[in-house]
Design a protein around this ligand. Sequence first.
Ligand code: SF4
Ligand code: SF4
Length: 124
Amino acid sequence: MVLEVTNKCSRCISSTCCTYTTEALGVTPRAKSDFDHLLWQVSHQGVELYKDEGDWYLMFIGNCEHLQPGGACAIYHERPQICRDYDNDWCEYDAPAEEGFELHFRNYAELLSYCKKRFKTWGR
Ligand code: SF4
Ligand code: SF4
């Protein structure tokens, strides 16, 4: 196990930034069919949807397979570039990322409720 972390990261026992991955949708969902598809996606365990600074993302909750007990990275010297670029100046150790989200749907029920408000004809 390789342990090379800054002091702040070494205090971050849960290593929150290594416990999920995200993917931008690349488009803004607008139609009922878009949200119907997203409902299917967030119905799966560990799949969430959020909107941040105008862009929509899927979030997949799950520890990175290289995250070691205690928070070290097992492939620290070969870790992907996105991990190297991640800045811990202000990160989830300071505040949960979702605090800044414009919208956040953790499951089917939450997104369905939004769809019913957004589309008066939802379900018809
Ligand atoms: S970058 Fe932030 S969230 Fe990630 S391990 Fe370091 S302190 Fe924790
Ligand atoms: S490769 Fe290492 S730094 Fe990157 S997410 Fe996985 S455990 Fe974290």
